[in-house]
Design a binder for this molecule. Structure first.
Ligand code: B12
Length: 461
């Protein structure tokens, strides 16, 4: 029997409260919910996607749509927002079955079920487990879900990861009014920009990264499937695409074939690797192909300017290699964005100084530094928790833009030092006369130049 399913994307305001460059936060249509909706729509269920970043009035949607099921996605940072939403839904009707999923539910399913007014927490990939729940299959038989049974919490062991990603239906973007989304000019050339997922999983073991959703095996969509998804998104009105993969260029040959097929089909659209690619998973030929195929900016996870720290977090890259690849990317014509982290394991005043100096020494177009927060489900969280360094499990304090003095005691550096150099990083990187001149020269031709300047002027440096 067809069910009415409401999929909710919570307001991300909580996550970005203290973000340095306010205008740098991305508010795009939710890839997660478009992906989860697709198998449900294909099975004939009546699905609605509600993005509270765009339509905050949950109450009226509950009244007009009166769903049988609600699915909610949230990161750890949005836990309190999820709590508020679930409480609202249950106070509207106790009969609505609430299902949670995503990074936090996967890391702490039992706690999530205990703490929130939800009925089921899905662990890992939810594409088919959600469908089974909505189809009314016996919850005892559905792998990777946690639910309440006779007052007890029952966890069903996870099944295998989805091996054939081409078997997933195309994301149900048509359930979202994408025209209401405007992507910040700092992180886009055209708007609206949309997220595309071409692979899942990453074999690398960076300690601060959440691996428990998609695991360590690199699984990927075929070149034809990726192109089919690109054409689908462009036809629906997306003007730019952002790669959402953990490790898009893990298989450099596949990445090259994707670029070659974009060129062969003469698809013209700007795109960028916004969630970061690895320095050691690109080469000159691939970078040139990416640039020719419309990629205008590559984002690299650089993290630190201190080799000891990079080794300690098992990043597996060298400072020399970083410089070589950043320069190679620039020579190709690509813009380069560097991600850095403060307060990584082993951090000292000296190492954070090195990171700032290193960031300024590279020909980067933009850079972002976030604070290392031990997120549940990561090796770093386990290590700090075991060592007694974690101070609170109040997830609302887990924010990546403020020194995490309330979250944990850092074993090697004080939060005053981190705060001092975190602010210094942005001032010293962006307020270099040469950099500002270059930024102006490069962007003066852009029609949204002044809105970019407005964003930077509104930033509390
Ligand atoms: C792309 C991305 C973003 C995009 C958002 C894309 C989107 N989904 O709309 C942007 C740039 C906006 C973003 C922002 C942030 N992100 Co982010 N992001 C990612 C990334 C790289 C891919 C996520 C994605 O879209 N994957 C594709 C979709 C299809 O997969 P999915 O979302 O995981 O959903 C699947 C399952 O998780 C599950 N599922 C998820 N939700 C639900 C809900 C239900 C009901 C069910 C049944 C199943 C289910 O089923 C889905 C299909 O299999 C992940 C890394 C990762 N490996 O997951 C990090 C990740 C989710 N982000 C993370 C973080 C911390 C953030 C930020 C806080 C970082 C920051 N700098 O501020 C912000 C804040 C945003 C927020 N919501 O709080 C962490 C979350 C960890 C945690 N414990 O919460 C991750 C896991 C990165 C990491 N490696 O640690 N992110």
């Amino acid at each position: 029997m067809n069910k009415k399913v409401l999929l909710i994307n919570p307001s991300q305001f909580q996550s970005y409260t203290n973000v340095k460059i306010k205008g740098g936060a991305i508010y795009s249509p939710s890839l997660t919910l478009a992906v989860l909706a697709a198998p449900l729509v294909k099975a004939g269920h009546n699905v609605r996607i509600l993005d509270l970043n765009k339509e905050p009035d949950l109450d009226s949607v509950l009244k007009t749509f009166s769903p049988d099921f609600v699915g909610i996605t949230f990161t750890t940072l949005l836990f309190e927002e999820a709590r508020r939403i679930c409480r609202m839904i249950k106070s509207y009707s106790k009969d609505i079955i609430i299902i949670s999923g995503g990074a936090h539910s996967t890391a702490l399913p039992t706690e999530t079920l205990k703490e929130l007014d939800i009925d089921i927490a899905v662990i890992g990939e939810g594409d088919f487990s959600l469908l089974k729940i909505i189809n009314g299959e016996n919850t005892d038989t559905i792998p990777g879900i946690t639910c309440k049974k006779d007052g007890e919490i029952k966890i069903n062991p996870c099944g295998d990861y989805i091996e054939d990603l081409d078997s997933l239906p195309l994301p149900a973007w048509d359930l979202i009014n994408i025209s209401q989304y405007k992507t910040t000019p700092l992180l886009s050339r055209a708007s609206p920009a949309g997220w595309i997922e071409t692979s899942r999983g990453c074999p690398y073991t960076c300690g601060y990264c959440t691996k428990n959703i998609f695991g360590t095996k690199f699984r990927f969509k075929s070149v034809n499937r990726v192109i089919e998804e690109i054409e689908h998104m462009l036809k629906l009105g997306f003007k730019e695409l952002h790669i959402a993969d953990d490790n898009f260029t893990m298989d450099t040959a596949r990445a090259k074939q994707i670029c070659e097929e974009i060129l062969r089909r003469n698809l013209k659209f700007p795109w960028a690797t916004v969630t970061g690619i690895r320095i050691d998973r690109v080469d000159k030929e691939l970078l040139e192909l990416m640039y020719k195929a419309g990629c205008y900016r590559v984002y690299f996870g650089i993290e630190s300017g201190d080799q000891t720290i990079l080794n300690k977090i098992k990043k597996g890259i060298s400072l020399n290699k970083i410089r070589e690849v950043v320069e190679m990317s620039k020579n190709t014509g690509l813009e380069v964005f560097g991600f850095f982290m403060a307060a990584l394991p082993g951090e000292t005043e000296d190492s954070i100084k090195k990171t700032i100096a290193f960031a300024k020494s590279l020909p980067l177009d933009m850079a972002k530094m976030s604070i290392t927060v031990p997120l549940p489900g990561t090796a770093l969280f386990k290590e700090l928790d075991k060592g007694g360094f974690i101070k609170t499990y109040d997830w609302s304090k887990y924010n990546l833009y403020v020194p995490a003095r309330d979250v944990y005691q850092h074993p090697t550096v004080s939060w005053d030092i981190v705060e001092k150099y975190f602010n210094r990083f942005y001032r010293e990187f962006y307020f270099r006369p040469g950099y500002m001149l270059n930024f102006a020269k490069k962007n003066l031709i852009r029609k949204d130049f002044f809105s970019m300047v407005k964003i930077l002027l509104e930033t509390k440096w």
